[in-house]
Design a binder for this molecule. Structure first.
Ligand SMILES: Cc1ncc(C[n+]2csc(CCOP(=O)(O)OP(=O)(O)O)c2C)c(N)n1
Length: 615
């Protein structure tokens, strides 16, 4: 403990520690208690030492920070005032917890002596995030070493952390000159005892946005990173995103060949999944946000093929990442009759919903490849089924294989195909939960390797909240991407329409939102509650049609808007380089989603021969 500092002195020290911990982006929501932090951050931004983003809505601010952390692969801080402001951060903190993303909450607070007295805007906010984020409650007399350690640990630890800052006395700096409110620290003067922070010790240039040499947990790995420890997200042993306190074996266990094996690559699986599937010549079911839907082993229609007789042939499953998109995959990885191996992920959890898996700390290896017969079965079925789907989407009226709903407008599946093919090399794609990511999972042909696509969503908890802000954060955090597209449903878009509340003077990235607009939540119609017997209640309690005028909403936020009614225009629009944020509303119908799901299953059965021919 040291002599109590003024609020401004404490704020300066905290922001300096954040900088030393590698933080270069801070999101701030305005308030009074946080004034010393706000003024210090403003001065640091003016000095070119960090990027300050200001947002009014704390829930959006936290998701913006989460997106920035995802795109930049750095820890990012979000700073709020006291009271309910802090509570608004919870959804993003939960998502960060379940995906191991480094989100630092800096919550300004009143001094401890005012807690429980009824003082204005004073509550129990230290530790408010409970199991989701550890909290350090900083008192004004905290020592420099304690403060630096708390911040350095929060910056390097996987997942979110809270620094609750008790600010007392005068909340504004005494010196009238803003240049005096901020001094960039000299790393050489500070003891940094965690390697993630130390990565930034040598850094002197203020603009450090190009971190392309840092380990990239989702981007494609270079061929030389075939050693899983070098570049992959799961089981990786190096890189700024990895908590150095967690050590993992460098070499994965060697799996014997023989059992008919599939690799399931869920969210954030990373290149290691692909490298395993390629080395073994096994089929891979790679979700769009896996970072592994790349190359020859990845199947386009894998989850549909699991509804066919191929499923019964599987003997072993290797689960990497966090698969969540389909019941057939969940059933596969939960099957006690199979040998299931689940690799522990960035958040410390191995995806094993059936509690049947043997958990591995690192992605396994093979010493030779399988004979290829097993993979050929899947690959041929995948090609046949893909061709049937594509043909059905363009079949003329009267054709028995024609996709349902084509008479009532654009097919959502066809929209997904256009979006997938717009994801050229170096493109970032942010995918919303619900049907957007599932449509892509059926329509996105696996992408070619080594082209640095960055395809992400908030799949930790699959929320539909915060997606506009997350996408803006990803675009701002990855400014060198050739382009950034966000693809999401209308409810997902509207849930975070405050993400469009970007103040004047705030940076706006070049970002195109493709809103799959079907006036409500379509996904429920494909689930049990979508059965005809619930139709009386369905619209009111599940679909929730809203009739919101997206054009007017965008106009209110000074955001470019275009309604896109045909696929050709959608493709052209996605090829353009927008300036600023742009919304493309693509109207589709949700009336045929249930029939569409049945149609896909029937095509899958057609594509796969009866099981006696498979053996
Ligand atoms: C924060 C949150 N609230 C509720 C849900 C449950 N939920 C899942 S999908 C969905 C509807 C999404 O609708 P939309 O974004 O329009 O996509 P669509 O289903 O039409 O494809 C809802 C409410 C959720 N996932 N997250």
């Amino acid at each position: 403990m040291s002599a109590a500092r003024t609020a401004s002195e404490l704020a300066l020290r905290i922001v300096q520690s954040l900088w030393l911990g590698g933080i270069r982006d801070v999101v701030l929501a305005p308030g009074s208690r946080s004034a010393p932090l706000a003024l210090t951050l403003d001065a640091a931004d003016r000095a070119g030492d960090l990027h300050l983003h200001v947002r009014v809505d704390e829930r959006s601010a936290a998701f913006l920070a989460l997106g920035l952390a995802t795109g930049s692969r750095r820890p990012v801080a979000v700073v709020t005032t006291s009271g309910t402001a802090v509570g608004n951060l919870l959804p993003a903190v939960m998502e960060a917890h379940h995906t191991g993303r480094r989100l630092l909450v800096v919550s300004a607070d009143r001094p401890d002596r005012l807690r429980g007295t009824g003082a204005n805007q004073t509550t129990q906010q230290a530790g408010i995030f409970g199991v989701f984020a550890g909290c350090v409650d900083l008192i004004p007399s905290v020592s420099d070493a304690e403060l630096d350690d708390a911040v350095a640990q929060a910056c390097s630890r996987r997942g979110p952390s809270q620094l609750n800052v008790q600010l007392d006395g005068d909340l504004v700096p005494p010196d009238p000159d803003p240049a005096a409110w901020w001094q960039r620290p000299n790393p050489a003067d500070h003891r940094l005892d965690n390697s993630a922070a130390a990565d930034f010790r040598a850094e002197s240039a203020p603009e450090t946005r190009d971190n392309s040499t840092a380990a990239d947990f989702r981007a494609e790995s270079a061929p030389e990173t075939r050693d899983n420890s070098a570049g992959a997200g799961f089981g990786a042993a190096s890189g700024v995103n990895v908590d150095p306190s967690v050590s993992v074996p460098v070499d994965g266990e060697v799996l014997p060949l023989g059992p008919r094996t599939v690799v399931v690559a869920g969210d954030d699986a990373g290149p290691a999944a692909r490298l395993l599937a390629e080395a073994a010549d096994w089929p891979m079911l790679a979700e769009p946000t896996s970072g592994a839907r790349i190359g020859r082993q990845a199947l386009r229609t894998g989850r549909l093929l699991l509804t066919t007789d191929l499923r019964a042939q599987v003997e072993r499953v290797v689960v990497i990442g966090h698969p969540t998109l389909s019941r057939p995959v969940t059933s596969l990885i939960s099957d006690p009759a199979l040998e299931v191996l689940a690799v522990r992920g960035r958040d410390g959890v191995a995806t094993d919903p059936g509690r049947v898996a043997r958990v591995l700390e690192v992605v396994p290896r093979v010493e030779a490849s399988d004979d290829g017969v097993w993979f050929a079965l899947w690959r041929e079925a995948d090609l046949r089924l893909s061709a049937l789907i594509d043909a059905g989407l363009t079949a003329s009226q009267g054709d028995s294989m024609r996709a349902p709903g084509l008479d009532s407008g654009l097919s959502p599946l066809a929209v997904a195909a256009v979006v997938a093919s717009a994801v050229a090399a170096d493109t970032s794609l942010v995918v919303g939960s619900s049907n957007a990511v599932r449509d892509l999972d059926v329509m996105a042909t696996p992408w070619p390797p080594l082209q640095h696509r960055f395809i992400v969503g908030n799949r930790g908890l699959a929320g539909i909240d915060g997606m506009v802000s997350t996408a803006i954060g990803i675009a701002l955090g990855r400014p060198r991407a050739a382009r950034t597209i966000a693809y999401l449903g209308d409810l997902t878009f509207l849930h975070d329409s405050n993400g469009l509340l970007v103040g004047s003077g705030q940076p706006r990235p070049d970002l195109t939102f493709v809103v799959l607009s079907d006036d409500g939540g379509a996904i429920f119609s494909t689930l049990e509650q979508g059965a005809p017997r619930f139709s009386d209640a369905f619209e009111r309690v599940f679909a929730t049609p809203h009739g919101t005028d997206l054009a007017a909403l965008c106009a209110a936020h000074h955001t470019a808007y275009e309604r896109v009614d045909d696929l050709k225009r959608l493709s052209e629009a996605l090829d353009e380089s927008p300036s600023g944020i742009r919304v493309l509303e693509v109207p589709v119908s949700r009336n045929d989603r249930r029939a569409e799901a049945a149609w896909l299953r029937s095509l899958a059965r057609r594509a796969v021969p009866a099981s006696d021919e498979l053996r």
